[in-house]
Every structure is written in structure tokens, then in C-alpha cells.
Design a protein around this ligand. Sequence first.
Ligand SMILES: [Zn+2]
Length: 801
Amino acid sequence: MNLMKISVLRSHEKALLRLLCLALFLCSTSLLQAQIVSNDKFKQEDKFRQLEETLPTPNEFRTASGAPGEKYWQQEVDYEIDVELDDKLQKIVGTEKVTYTNKSPDKLNYLWMQLDTNILSFDSDAHLTDTSSHLGKVGYKTMQQLMAKETFDGRMKVSAVRDEQGDPLPFQIIKTMMRIDLNGSLSSGQSMTFSVDWSYLINDSQSRPARTGYEYFEEDKNFLYEIAHWYPRMAAYTDNTGWQHKQFLGRGEFTLEFGSFLVKITAPADHVVAATGELQNPEKVLTETQQKRLEQAKTAKKPMFIITPEEAKKNEASRSKEKKTWIFMAPFVRDFAFASSRKFIWDAQGHELKGKEKPVMAMSYYPNEGEPLWSRYSTHAIIHTLDVFSKYTFPYPYPVAISVNGPVGGMEYPMICFNGPRPEKDGTYSKRTKYGLISVIIHEVGHNYFPMIVNSDERQWTWMDEGITTFLQFLTEQEWEPDYPSRRGEPRDIVGYMKGDYQVPIMTNSESILQFGNNAYGKPATALNILRETILGRELFDYAFKEYCRRWMFKRPTPADFFRTMEDASGVDLDWFWRGWFYTTDHTDLAVENVRQFLLETGDPYVDKVRRKKERDEEPESLSDIRNKSLPKRTDKFPELKDFYNEYDDLDVTDADRKKFEDQLKELKADEKKLLETQKYFYLIDLKNQGGLVMPVILKLTFDDDSSEMLRIPAEIWRLNNKSVSKLILTEKPLKNLILDPHRETADTQLSNNEFPRTISKSYFQLEKSKKSKNEMQKREEEQKKAAEKDKPKKESEKKE
Ligand SMILES: [Zn+2]
């Protein structure tokens, strides 16, 4: 069998499989709905049905209003960690003391920890179940990565787990999870302390890219480390999930508990370390100059260097044999990450935020390779993000906000994030790189709010942190400069995705999402933007959204808590909106099918009959009428054949008509008579919903005198019939045309049916000369000619030059 045929079969099979999946999905959703309620008569699903049957039942932990309940609880985990970064072996060696406080009402017999670096081993589920690779033209880098997946072993070696007395505790590692068995059980309200010793090899992010890793710089032989999920972390235990110990497959990120961290990081003495939290021993690890500059930066008006590009360049050549230990403290965070290198330039600026006593230190760490982009934009982008996000949520509660340039493209941790974009070697950069850098910093710094503080379950729902962050990223970008080229947020930018078939609802587990970026970032961000601009309006939305943030700051919200709070605080029933945008794959395609004018009959024959006569006379002549006109007629030849009816017009006003009208008027009351004089124009607008998603009907009406008017009809217009409705409107002036959604605020996927009357659509095409490629004989001839010319002895004149 030839290869071509295989690939054809495969794509055919894939299509079949896709269809099958789609059919199964449709079956299962209709089955689900059928269980709740069934209706074989009116063949339409109820798109305004309340979500109560779908959302979890409210309880004393989470109320029906979407707020934390009276008995809301969450566990607390405090860490003291000693870790060494081995720059020779690119290795992490650590020991941690974990204090776990059981605030749940339940008794626990075992604890679960996450060993997320285990995803970077050759037998990880992530690697074994990866189905995407297809071989065609393969880049060297891809091949390198393919090989590293098969060979690199980055899993954690856990050498000991001990209780407070130092006695070993039994434990079992199950892929990316570890169960620790307790001697007895941990009752509600009790805490326990235990320790874990571990080590692992850090991944080279060239060959084994991840949310953590090192970058090696060939020119100066230095490493730059961005270190995350580097210590055994407590898995979350919650009122709605119990232990969240779903295996780490790569996409569903982390579900973590809040607590305090005291972390001692030992690194080569010439490294600079950036980390979550506040540095506790600057006098031990920073030079006097650096300390002095840091102090100045607290009140600086612009970012200023703590380590200059020149100093960083000099530092690159250093090879200290000594070590230094950096001590960081971070209260009330859910995680801890750090970065370390000899190569770091470091700039900082203190930033005053409303509602905060001390300024936040916004800081950036980057190698010279990041210049000139990083010193220009990074710290500014951090501060701008803190300003705009704080405006819409709550004042940033942490003392520092850090952006680091290194091998990780864009990844967030509390107070610190890793961002990839860099200019070319010659210092120039594309538009894409510039805005890519500003946008990724806004996005990752923004994650401090979601999920680092509003602590949603990332392993279950990607949209709760990514969608909400992307939404606020859009608002933040638009306040950076006019017409900032945002990739996501505008309704028109999601249209292509919304009309496609290869998709699943937003309410899908992180690991099962098709088209990850569009599903979990773009669509929810756009939905929230539409909710803000079109459904609720800015005032109501901003109030409700802030309430959600206030309620769930440092707590653990679920999707239902978000949906319920937004309704509770806005006073608007949004179940149809959540149902349509979050639970289905419907898209917006509203259409104006027809517009019909209705004229009020006055009863006055001099008005009504005259008008009808005029209309009749204006009717087009039929083809036969035209052709028959010249034919000789019998009544012309014999005029005696003509009688009364040859002159009679039944639209002529008669005495009887006049009398009838006068009699009618006599019977009418004054206010009824007035109605007959109504000067309004009546139009019936026939609307169709072709995309399934119920959305407001936004109409721009243009009148005969070219004046116009907006008519905004809420989505509830579809509540009795979600496929087609007719809306009667009364206008003062005759209508010339109308446009549905003129500002493109509803992500309508088909604009051609939005205008009435329709207009001719326009697009462009190009003319091209056809190119004929040379055949093999011509190519050979050419080669021979070239070779002959090369061998030809040069002329005297040429030789001199
Ligand atoms: Zn993100």
C-alpha cells in the first residue's frame, strides 16, 4: 500500500471519528435534557430554562447567591523549604517541612501531594497518551524534543518522608501524585507537621519545554533557571471535590492550598535570585550599591536599574566557587517559584496603589539578550497591569510583582511570572514581538488575581483563570495605547472559531478541550466582554464582577459561584447567557428575514380608495397586456357592445361609500376618532435565529430623511420561540433600511443577512501570470552552460581587476 493512500484513509477515518464523537455528544446532551424534562410537541429546547438542575445544589459551604457560605472552609498548608540549585548538574536538591492544618469537617487517613515534575519522565501519562505527532517535514528542534521525551528522566526522587519525630511515614508515588499514609488519622481542626527530602534533574527547555526549566547560553556558557512546581506540593482537599488528585497531563494546571512560605534558596554566590515573596536577608546577598539602588527605586518615578546591563555582562564571566543562601518569606500564597542566573539585569520601581500602605515593588529580571525591549517595557507593563486589574477587582495585596525573561514562554506564579519574547540579536524586533511581550506580561502578571488569589481549580476548569484573565488583559491592553492590537476580546475576532464544528463547550475539563486557546481563553474573554458591553452594561457588570472578586479573594470559587454571583449582584437573570455561551457550542447568527409595512385604513373613502387606486395603477403591466395592446378590439369595431361596466371603476368613490363613512364616524367616541388620524408608520420585522445562540436584537433604523435611531431589544425576545419571531415597531418617519448589530457586538457569524434590504457584497481578486517551470532537460542544459562558463579562461582585461 502506498503512503499517500494511508494518509487519505487516516484523514477519512479521522473525519468519521469526529462525526461519531459529535453524534455521541449530541445524543448525550439531548438525553441529558430528556431526563430533566421532555416535550414531543413543540420541537424547541428551552434556552431560558434556569440552570438549577445543572448547577450543584447550594449548601452551607456555598450559597445559592454564589457567596461563600456560613461554614465555608479551606485547608491551610505552611512550608519551610531548604533548597539548593546545583548549577553543575542542573539539579534541585531540597528538604521541606510541611505543616498541614485540617480545617475541613472530615477526618483524613492519608494526605495527597503533587509531584508535578514527574510529568517530565519518559513513562509519564502525558507522554504515553500524547496522540498528536505526525511525521512529514520535521524540524530539528521537534526531532530533538521527540528524542528527549523518550529519554530524559526529570521525575522527583523522594528519599524520605518523616513525621515530626523524625520517624518514616509510609508513602506511595502514583505517577504525578504521592499518597502519605498517616499513623492514625488527622481529625477536623488538627494540624500535623512532616518533612520530605527530594531531588530531581531540571529539564533543558530547548529539548524538553515545560512550565519550568533552564536555558543554556552557548556564547558565555551560562545557565538561566526558571524554577516551578519544584517541591512536593499539597494537593487540594475541598468541600466540592474532596482530594483533587487528578493526574497532571500538562494542560490542566494546578489546584493548590493557601499558606505561608519560608524558603531558603542556595545558589552559586554570583547568581541573582528572583522569587515569590520578600527577600529577608538583602545585606547577605546583595552588594551595598544594589541595596542603595533598591531603596531609591521604592520612590522612583521610572523603572531604575538595580543591576545595569553592563554589570550583568561583567557578571556573566564570573565563576564563583562560593555559595549564597537567599531567604524569602511569603504569607498567604498558594505556590512559590523562583529564577536564578548570573546573567540578570535587574530593574525596579516602587508603585503606590490605592488602598495600600506600602508601595508594591514592580521588578524585572532579564539577560542582555532581552534588550532593548525589556528595560523599556517590562516593569511599565507590570505597573500598568496592577493599576487596571486592581481597578476592576481589589488592590493588589502582595509586596512585589516580578517579570522574568527566560526560556518559559509565559507562565504565572504568585508574585512572579516567566515571559519569553526577546528581540533579534541585532536589537531590532517585529511588531508581533513588541506587542507579544507587553501582552504576555499583562496576562501573566494578571494571573496574580486569577488564580493566585481568586483560587479556582485549574486542573478542572481552564476558563476560570485563563478566560477571566484574558478578559481583563483586553481591558488593560486597551488602556495602554489607542488601538492596541489585542488578539482576544473583540466579538468580531471570535467569529471564525464560533462558526466552526471542531469544538466543545467552555464547560469542559481542561484536558478534553478542543482548540484550547479559543475555547478557554478567547471565547470566555469575549463572552465576558459582551456581557459587560451589550447585556449588562459597564456599570452593572463592573459592580457584580467586583463583588465576585471580593467574595472569593483568597478563597476557592467554582463556576457556579461565578455564575450565581454575577446574577445575584447585577439583578439580571443570566441563566440563558451561561447556558448558551458556557454549556453549548451554539453561535450567534441572527438574520432579518423580511420587513413588512402595515398602513392604517382610515375608513375615509377619499383616502383609502384613492390610495389603493394609485397602487393598482402603478402595478406593472403584464407581458400579455403589453403585446395585446396593438391588437384590434371587437368593442372598437362595434361600439354598441360597450355599457356601464366599460366605464365603471370599483375603486371610484360612490355616494354610498361616503354615507357609510359618515355613519361610522357618528358611532365613534372622540378618542377613537383620534386613533384614525394616527400618523405613525407600522413595520413588522421578521427575525430568524440561525446560529442557535439567543442574543439581544440590536437594530439601527435609518429613515427616509437619512436620520437614524438605535433600537436595543433584550435576548428575552426569543423566550417563546427561539428560532423565529416577528417584532412590530412604530416609527415617526418612513423606514429606508435597517441593520442588525451595526457595531458587531454580538459575534454574529454571518453579516450578509443582517441588512434589510440586502446589499451587494464586495471582495477582491487578483490576476496572475502563469509560471511555467523548466523541465529536467532544460535544467541540465543550464547547469552545463554554467559549468562551461566557469572553466573558461578569463580575458586579459578581466584579470587586471
Ligand atoms: Zn494564562
